[in-house]
Design a protein. Sequence first.
Length: 231
Amino acid sequence: MTRKATGAAALNPAGRKHRFGKAWMHDHVNDHWVQEARRLGYRSRAAFKLLEIGERDRLFRPGIRAVDLGAAPGSWSQVLARKLGRGATIVAVDLLPMAPVGGVVAVEGDFAQDAGLAAVEAALGGRDVGLVVSDMAPNLSGIDAVDRARGVHLAELALEFAVAWLEPGGDLAVKMFQGEGFDGFVRAVGIHFAKTYVRKPKASRDRSREVFVVGKGFVGRAGDGSGAGTG
């Protein structure tokens, strides 16, 4: 099975280094979730966001095929590997190289371009998947309108990928930011899934507009909205 690339380059969620002040660094080092990540061997505190969403919305079905978009540094891939088990096929995709995660196939490339999409397809053996997750976030410009537009674009790329690759009944979890474009994106997810949820995990910082949109029960690629709804 061949899928067409979206024709738009995906932004790398970890492509730019940021300068943080001492106060931020102090809060980060003493953060409960940062400490828990170190204790449990996760590469970042983001692991707990997927853990909470996955348990609440029953995303973790052992043995399924799953794709982690914007995977670096790999904490979500670690969660998938631990929760889906040895029989699962897990493909992690990012523009940046990622240290190996046991049980995960890493694809270094842009899934929105032909070469990167071909590498993903090869890793999946051309087969549909049961779960697509995306923790992608844009490189911040400091211009609010630009950053919001970039965030929406990345979420839309993840949804487009999911629609192309999910098997019937499959699930999606994608990072999104509240603000302009948010409601439209949630409606777009609802077209393709039986149920749509918006989640704010405990590990998400209170001051962040970050939320996660979950699509449960992929209803197909026709996009006619039959059986779709929100919950």
